[in-house]
Design a protein around this ligand. Structure first.
Ligand code: SF4
Length: 347
């Protein structure tokens, strides 16, 4: 990666609040625990190790995510490895922050917190660098962006979503330095272990880049989370269970799982409308998801089990807009089977 080939997509307007450099920022380090066997989520009546339960245990209070858009692009959008982006991706659909007029990071956090506080009683927030590839710039560019986010007095943790082919060692060193100051999660878009599916989605990298990134990311003080998609065209149940097995054997701390869904203005939307791609029905997703979760270790945190597409750009499948119903169905399926996350781990 060269400095000039990795531009920030959009310059943000600047907020003029003073932001100290990392070494001068107050320490917000509640460490994420290395050993998660202490968390008795099953004893709390849960069927899987849910993120909200985990955060409450670690922090002692509710923590809500605030989406931050730092204006990045992706290497499979700007032509570095491909053009057009992932076949399902319209970044507006992935992040509330990208649907709003562009603002400075602190102003985005202020506004996000204001909106969340209208719905929930919450005083502590996680700044989530969400849309696009949030390590896709030189460290000199990244550092002040992250510093600004964690300087916000109500931000108690940081999450950074990125691609596994965009974390050179100097970026990982930077993330390690931030993890000393504040609880940090780095999220990689694994999606699947199958290269044929990564080709289908125009990902611009193969599974070996995930293995490489994981090897260089472990034991750096931040948590590692992977995004996974179920129901990719051409993937059999065995294929998806092979991904589950690889995830179970990995050093990941957490996963985010959802079904493939389509939003407008994407190649996938056209493929769904033409009938070329068929999206999973709800019962198939619930069964596959429960099979997947049963194979994960009981110590792996499950951050998400459904997607977050907005109604206005949403194409389908319709059932996945009703997240409470998906959650209920997952829990009912675990009860019906008499199993939980980890029941088939190592089997
Ligand atoms: S890497 Fe992520 S943000 Fe970039 S095009 Fe693919 S899904 Fe979208």
């Amino acid at each position: 990666m060269t400095e000039n080939s990795l531009p920030i997509l959009n310059e943000l307007p600047q907020d003029h609040r003073a932001v100290p450099v990392l070494s001068e920022l107050p320490d917000k380090s509640i460490a994420y625990p290395h050993d998660r066997t202490q968390f008795d989520w099953a004893g709390q009546g849960l069927h899987y190790f849910s993120y909200s339960y985990y955060l409450r245990q670690v922090f002692g209070y509710r923590v809500q995510r605030v989406s931050v858009d730092a204006g990045f692009t992706c290497p499979n959008v700007d032509g570095t490895v491909a053009v057009g982006g992932c076949t399902f991706c319209d970044n507006r659909s992935f992040s509330p922050s990208r649907r709003l007029p562009r603002q400075d990071i602190l102003a985005q956090i202020d506004e996000g917190i204001f909106r969340i506080k209208r719905r929930y009683k919450c005083k502590h927030f996680m700044a989530y660098f969400q849309p696009a590839t949030n390590t896709y710039a030189p460290v000199e560019t990244l550092k002040p962006l992250y510093e600004k986010a964690i300087s916000h007095p109500e931000v108690m943790s940081l999450a950074i979503g990125t691609r596994q082919d965009c974390v050179p060692d100097d970026v990982l060193d930077l993330l390690e330095a931030f993890a000393v100051k504040i609880p940090l999660t780095v999220e990689y878009g694994l999606q699947t272990i199958h290269n044929k599916s990564l080709d289908w989605m125009n990902r611009g990298h193969y599974h070996d880049s995930f293995i490489d990134a994981m090897e260089r990311s472990v034991d750096r003080g931040f948590e590692l989370c992977a995004h996974i998609m179920l129901g990719l065209p051409g993937e059999t149940h065995e294929d998806m269970m092979a991904t589950a097995q690889a995830v179970a054997e990995s050093d990941l701390d957490a996963v985010k799982i959802h079904n493939l869904y389509a939003v407008d203005n994407t190649p996938l939307a056209d493929q769904v409308r033409s009938g070329e791609v068929k999206l999973m029905e709800r019962d198939e997703y619930i069964n596959t998801l429960v099979d997947f979760l049963e194979r994960l270790p009981p110590t792996m945190v499950v951050e998400r089990i459904s997607g977050e597409a907005p109604g206005d750009w949403f194409v389908g499948p319709e059932w996945c807009t009703d997240k409470p119903a998906v959650l209920r169905a997952v829990n009912e399926e675990f009860v019906r089977r008499g199993t939980r996350q980890g029941s088939s781990f190592g089997a």
